[in-house]
Write a protein that binds this ligand. Sequence first.
Ligand code: GLP
Length: 242
Amino acid sequence: MKVTIINNQDEAGAYVANIIKDVIKDSKRPVLGLATGSSPVSTYKHLVEMYQNNELDFKDVTTYNLDEYYGIDPNHSQSYYYFMNQHLFSQVNIDPSNIHMPSGIGDVALKSQEYNQQLNTDKRDLQILGIGSNGHIAFNEPGTLFEQETHVITLDLKTREDNSRFFNTLDEVPTQAITMGLANIMDSKKIILIASGESKAWAINQLLNGPKSIDVPATILQDHPDVEIVIDQQANKKAQWK
Ligand code: GLP
């Protein structure tokens, strides 16, 4: 696993955006797996700047997002659909029909099966990931089987507490989500995981040095041949679980 230490979020964003740029330029039909959360925000900002400076064209890009809250309408300000539109999709020339997001409303079980079929026929060239403080990737919480594909999951209290900063109260944070499974994530040719801050240090230490275990879902990445971890010094400390 390659580890790249960066000084701040902006540097991480510029670094990862440049890798994405190369992936887009190297393929006639690039397929990207995208993530939400604070970690990739700077990356999207740099991608938008590249597009505005005519350095990057999203015309032929196809995207698949990792996850979505269950029961949240796409127009809700905390839906991941809303997040992606705000930070990337509405600001570049991507074809809306090439954007794929799991749906958190309607017949979610059926839609998650359909999403999984699409993922299985359209492999990602690059998957961007963040990491939860408990070691989750996408919304695959501790205990999720490594073989798991797209599914509906009940969120850990820790995850809901971490994400409550985006809502008014903890009660407003959905209790469930639809997420790509760990098997779907592993299907990508290349994976980049971005993390910053001391709250991620325990999970990063487990990922880099811990035993591979379903108790820390991110440790499945130890088996992937092309993973890069982009972290700051705070996330690189060998912290204990709090
Ligand atoms: C959520 C998302 C994950 C993300 C994690 C970390 O739980 N489902 O995909 O990696 O948050 O988010 P942040 O980057 O905001 O710390």
